[in-house]
Write a protein that binds this ligand. Sequence first.
Ligand code: SF4
Ligand code: SF4
Length: 215
Amino acid sequence: MNGGVVAKAGVEPRFALALLGVAMEGSVSLSVIEGRSCEGCTACCSFAPIRTNELDKPANSLCLHCAEGQGCTVYDIRPQVCRGFYCGYFFLPELGEEWHPSRSGVVIRSEHFDNDTITILVLELTAFLVSESFAGLVGAWVDEGISVEFERLGPPGHLPAKMRINEILEDAVKARDLRAMHTGFAWALSYIDKTHTWEKDETPFRSLLAGDARV
Ligand code: SF4
Ligand code: SF4
């Protein structure tokens, strides 16, 4: 999470993967792929809940320091979790340019890599979800025995929900049946959206980062 936009320009990756209290130091060794950038995306300044000494922010609410089309307005003093966070697009070479969150509408959550889990946060229901690129990689991960999860955001200020999709896709992947995979994707997303009881994130916005910030 680098405030997207202007934030990434000229900034060296820091490789830390600690986010939102999930300690990963020492358990995963990943390198940011050269040339990858946020390209104006500020998704993680919105979907991620933040709990730090300087800044608290509920899930699925745009950070009060994120300016539309501009990025992080407190870039130099942003919290450590923001400095250290890169989504999966920055780490997995098999993700082509079409997987960039601002084009695909999906974010790969890098926080779960050390559990052999790929969590795909589906922000938007785009045509990318029925592309061969998406089905091909998801199918390959399922084939390899990697746990794959779909995650969806609830209403603003609510916690997200996710479900494992390996068992749903198993037969379709074995049969290399693209249509059946698409049916599985649609079923899983609809199941989360329609059956989950979204839990409110009670954390109020609180920031000590800038003179004009709300406290
Ligand atoms: S402080 Fe807010 S706007 Fe800045 S990088 Fe962190 S979440 Fe994004
Ligand atoms: S979701 Fe990924 S591409 Fe988008 S702002 Fe966050 S780190 Fe950058």
